[in-house]
Unconditional design. Structure first.
Lengths: 217, 110
């Protein structure tokens, strides 16, 4: 394993962001819920994710993500993010532990278990997220960090940089690139582009494009 | 005797004055983002004593200084416990609360 990847611990996932909790930032409030759709283009294939989240209380959420590609439903992922928040002045942070299960809704018979350990924090100007995960026989790391620009009138921009690394039976790859997130009250938009910084993965080819839109209530 | 009469009169006047609706500002730990504000505002607006005709439907969140302004209806009294619970259910930690006596004071505090 190359040094840059050796520090990160990885494996395989059929989808790049299959492990991530839906909408890490919101809804954070009791009995909050949200829906989101994301369109990803990678490996010459476009996948549409339909995602839902329900927040029982800030420390416990439930998420469901269902992929669709070429008109066919893929394997859905159900997760229960457990979060511990810390609020201090102009700073908020949380540690998250997320058990998950990937269900064979795409026609197979294999069930996969997953677990994610994450930390994210936000101040008035800076946001960062670190997520170490394993799902099935895959292990990977996601890092988001960057600046927050809030207008004080209900909307904000996040200009982030993303580093995504993955190790699997098929090899390793490292992607990196900019992410733009926009919030307006309960609307969330996310656009990202990641170039392939390192690719020794027989099942990965080229860059990644993603766009998502979500609503939380 | 004269002073005692004045004191009693003042006390009576004070006690007989109806409690005017006040606005309040709550210092809240960690409320730094617009979607934090959305969640907290959503919870506070459900409280029965909030006046939706003021601020943004009764609530204004100052993420620059981690403060939440709430406006009370004229005929309502503040239920501090309910207000703090609403903020907590929005995901944040209220620290303390201060009265804002009138609109002019709001301008000063802001």
């Amino acid at each position: 394993m190359k040094p840059i990847l050796a520090v990160l611990l990885f494996t395989l996932a059929s989808n790049l962001y299959a492990h991530q909790p839906v909408m890490d930032m919101a809804p954070r409030w009791n009995n909050g819920y949200g829906v989101q759709t994301r369109i990803e283009h990678a490996n010459s294939e476009t996948t549409t994710w339909l995602e839902g989240v329900y927040t029982f209380k800030p420390s416990l959420r439930m998420t469901l993500k269902v992929p669709q590609s070429n008109g066919e439903i893929g394997d859905a992922i159900f997760a229960m993010p457990i979060k511990r928040y810390k609020n201090a002045g102009a700073f908020t942070s949380n540690w998250g532990l997320t058990p998950s299960v990937r269900m064979p809704t795409g026609g197979g018979s294999k069930w996969d278990a997953g677990l994610s350990l994450s930390y994210s924090s936000e101040s008035r100007k800076v946001y960062q997220l670190y997520d170490l995960y394993t799902l099935g026989d895959t292990t990977g790391v996601d890092i988001n960090f960057g600046l927050v620009h809030a207008d004080g009138k209900g909307s904000s921009w996040f200009t982030l940089w993303d580093i995504t690394a993955k190790d699997s039976d098929s090899g390793q790859h490292l992607l990196s690139g900019p992410v733009l997130v926009y919030f307006k009250r309960n609307l969330i938009l996310r656009a990202e582009y990641k170039f392939s910084a390192y690719d020794d993965d027989s099942q990965w080819d080229g860059d990644y494009f993603g766009f998502g839109v979500g609503l939380v209530y | 005797m004269f002073n005692k009469t004045i004191a009693i009169a003042l006390l009576y006047a004070l006690l007989s004055t109806p409690l005017l609706a006040q606005n309040y500002v709550v210092n809240v730990n960690g409320i730094v983002c617009e979607f934090c504000a959305y969640g907290v505002g959503k919870k506070i607006r459900k409280l029965p004593f909030i006046d939706p005709s003021q601020y943004d439907q009764g609530v204004k969140v100052d993420i620059e200084n981690q403060r939440v302004f709430v406006a009370l209806r004229e005929d309502a009294l503040l239920d501090k416990s309910a207000l703090f619970k609403a903020i907590e259910s929005g995901g944040y930690d209220p620290i303390d609360i201060q009265e804002i006596p009138n609109k002019e004071s709001v301008e000063v505090i802001e």
